[in-house]
Design a protein around this ligand. Structure first.
Ligand SMILES: NC(=O)c1ccc[n+]([C@@H]2O[C@H](COP(=O)([O-])OP(=O)(O)OC[C@H]3O[C@@H](n4cnc5c(N)ncnc54)[C@H](O)[C@@H]3O)[C@@H](O)[C@H]2O)c1
Length: 389
């Protein structure tokens, strides 16, 4: 054990993605110098299963106990949304390096205070924006920043999922505004907003937004729930009070515009994420249904050229350095993106530099836009985003 012992707090669906990422990257890159120590979950069986699967040394039931352990230096907060603020702030105060799952907080005001505390903290910190590490997404961003698409004019982001489409999935924290915040908006829209900022820069205004609840009640579970799994249901139903579908029209500080839509009830989509970026000189588009390439069209002297397929190559972001199979055309997606993020986080800690690609500030900036989208959907009026403060 060492001060760079790792603890994962929350052993549900995404705690498992973090555990796999730490395990894989520490096995391949022992120079990252951390060790797999504790899986913490209120559900002891869940913690034990995850610890045994990925070789963590022990389990715990109380996150306070984990934060008090001097052997733990690195913490992933993988708890339900409503616990992120309390546990992340406590981890920062305890001097730990903290990766907090998205959303950083339920509201921008909470996220802002967490950002202030992070700036004063001894440890490094970040918000989990794993989609930034999909090679095609990182490559599109790199090309936009280099001006290959000209001046960015428009971005379209669709994040369509069907994890909640079945009305017989149990009610859980995800369907309560008090514990999850806005539904598809905070769960999926957080990624969409972060990527919009990542590629296009800061958002200055939400011009309009719409939110819909399509399944207004769900059965309560008889036991505990994990992720999006089915469990035995009681006869009792509870209200769903956060959105199943949301859409928003954005104006960026640059003057460019963006449209984003997210759904958790889009039957047949699974987990489908698409981004299209239009600039004065070209267009880039990516769908995670075809994860081995993105498409690029550049305006030539003879006018618009057809789309070219830009394949994952060892020279693509993350592929040569970090992919398990760094070969031409290999599809790389969601699960790997957690590992790439964890690698960057552990590298930043090992090298004593700040973690900047998905920082706590990025978590706050996303929260500002999400608050504005929620407000615009409630009032029907445009909402400005104070992106400089
Ligand atoms: N980055 C991504 O792409 C992504 C994807 C899915 C989920 N997430 C985020 O991850 C977080 C967790 O989501 P999930 O799907 O893993 O949820 P989950 O319900 O599967 O897991 C949450 C776990 O936390 C445990 N828990 C709850 N309260 C606790 C407490 N007080 N102390 C200790 N353990 C406690 C539960 O027992 C459960 O095992 C959410 O904030 C979600 O937004 C991120």
């Amino acid at each position: 054990m060492s001060e760079s012992g790792i603890a994962i707090i929350g052993a549900g669906m995404i705690g498992a993605a973090h555990a796999a990422g730490y395990r894989h990257h520490l096995a391949r890159f022992p120079g990252l110098g951390a060790s797999l120590e504790t899986i913490c979950d209120a559900n002891a069986a869940q913690a034990e299963k995850l610890a045994a699967t990925y070789g963590f040394a022990r389990t715990a039931g109380d996150w306070r106990e984990v934060l008090a352990d001097p052997a733990i230096g690195i913490v992933s907060v993988c708890l339900p949304n409503f616990l992120h603020t309390e546990v992340t702030r406590a981890a920062l105060a305890a001097g730990k390096h903290v990766l907090c799952e998205k959303p950083l907080a339920l509201r921008a005001a909470e996220a802002r205070e967490t950002w202030r505390l992070a700036r004063q903290a001894r440890g490094n910190s970040g918000t989990v924006f794993n989609y930034r590490r999909i090679p095609a997404v990182a490559d599109i961003r790199r090309r936009v920043a280099a001006g290959e698409l000209g001046d960015p004019v428009q971005i379209l982001i669709q994040y369509q999922c069907d994890y909640a489409a079945d009305p017989l999935l149990p009610h859980s924290w995800r369907y309560e505004f008090d514990r999850a915040g806005p539904g598809a908006l905070l769960d999926l829209g957080t990624h969409a907003v972060d990527l919009a900022r990542f590629i296009m820069g800061d958002v200055a205004q939400v011009i309009g937004a719409a939110a819909t609840i399509s399944i207004p009640e769900r059965f309560l579970p008889l036991g505990t729930t994990s992720g999006h799994g089915h469990v035995a249901l009681s006869d009792e139903k509870a209200r769903v009070d956060n959105d199943d579908v949301m859409s928003a029209l954005l104006r960026f500080a640059s003057g460019a515009q963006g449209f984003m839509t997210a759904s958790r009830v889009a039957v047949g989509t699974g987990n489908r994420f698409q981004v299209e970026v239009y600039g004065t000189k070209g267009t880039a588009r990516f769908s995670n249904e075809t994860p081995s390439h993105f498409d690029l069209a550049i305006l030539g002297e003879a006018g618009p050229a057809p789309f070219q397929r830009m394949l994952n190559r060892p020279g693509s972001p993350y592929v040569g350095a970090l992919a398990a199979v760094p070969h031409d055309l290999v599809p790389i997606g969601y699960a790997e993106s957690f590992g790439f993020m964890i690698h960057e986080f552990l590298s930043a800690i090992a090298e004593g530099r700040p973690f900047e690609n998905g920082s706590i500030e990025d978590g706050y900036r996303a929260a500002q836009v999400l608050d504005a989208i929620q407000a615009a959907s409630e009032t029907g009026a445009p909402v400005a985003v104070d992106w400089e403060n």
